[in-house]
Write a protein that binds this ligand. Structure first.
Ligand code: OAD
Length: 228
């Protein structure tokens, strides 16, 4: 199983959330990524997400995404769970990605609940409106204080509880319940391999730590696997 965070897309030019230059720096989370923020000022929240859609639309998958996509053909019971909303795993060819925090490329109607794929950048209308009922739509991402998509988190927890090896890539591992996947895997006896150039909250849980950028470390790991 692989579990990824913003760091896996850093070498594609997508900003991470925490740390210097991170997305949440100078942009208080509660002003853009909570249901209350959206209720108070949907235009502002939509402008933030439209900006992210613009920057991610220009980004291309990097070698880390490519290696993680390749494992689905090599390991029959492989699961890829991500906290990322950028769609770069899918762009690299990954199928059935468990998107724990939703996707920048989906929008959902606030009134009838219709959920749809919306790839257009820029959006033809901001905020977008539902073609079925005319109500305002919201970004298809998970905000702070909201539940994760039940199908995705349940499938990820089940995979974590039965996997042999969990490769954790580019996450600070501080946002729950997603970060809890690592504890589930470790408690069930999996080997935990962390790839991250900096220290994270996983110090106690990782059996192996590869301190380097994902785009360099994962191709190296893959080469070793090929020799094995
Ligand atoms: P963070 O920004 O918290 O952490 C990014 C991690 O990536 C850090 O630990 C960095 O050290 C690491 N990193 C940076 N460059 C890297 C590289 N080239 N290769 C590998 N790792 C690298 O991002 P997440 O852990 O993904 O949630 O954040 C989790 C959640 O918090 C996000 O999904 C988002 C955010 O608030 C929601 O919006 C609900």
């Amino acid at each position: 199983m692989a579990f990824t965070g913003a760091g896996v897309s850093a070498e594609s030019g997508v900003a991470t959330f925490r740390g210097a230059g991170g997305l949440w720096e100078g942009q208080p989370v509660e002003e853009v990524a909570t249901p209350a923020a959206f209720q108070a000022d949907p235009d502002r929240v939509w402008r933030f997400y439209e900006q992210r859609r613009h920057s991610v639309a220009r980004a291309r998958p990097n070698p880390a995404h490519t290696v993680l996509a390749g494992w689905q053909d090599r390991f029959p019971t492989y699961t890829l769970a991500t906290q990322n909303v950028d769609g770069l795993h899918q762009a690299a060819g990954s199928r059935d990605v468990l998107e724990l925090h939703g996707s920048l490329w989906r929008v959902r109607c606030l009134s009838c609940g219709r959920d749809r794929y919306e790839p257009l950048v820029p959006l033809p209308q901001l905020p977008p409106r539902c073609a079925t009922c005319g109500a305002m739509e919201r970004p298809g991402v998970v905000w702070f204080g909201e539940f994760l998509p039940p199908g995705a988190i349940e499938a990820a927890q089940a995979a974590a509880g039965t996997c042999e090896v969990l490769v954790v890539v580019g996450t600070s591992a501080v946002v729950y319940p997603a970060a809890g996947l690592v504890g589930i895997a470790a408690a069930a006896g999996a080997r935990v391999i962390e790839i991250n150039p900096a220290e994270s909250a996983l110090a106690e849980l990782a059996d192996v730590v590869l301190r380097g950028p994902a785009g360099e470390m994962l191709p190296l790991v893959n080469e070793r696997l090929r020799e094995a």
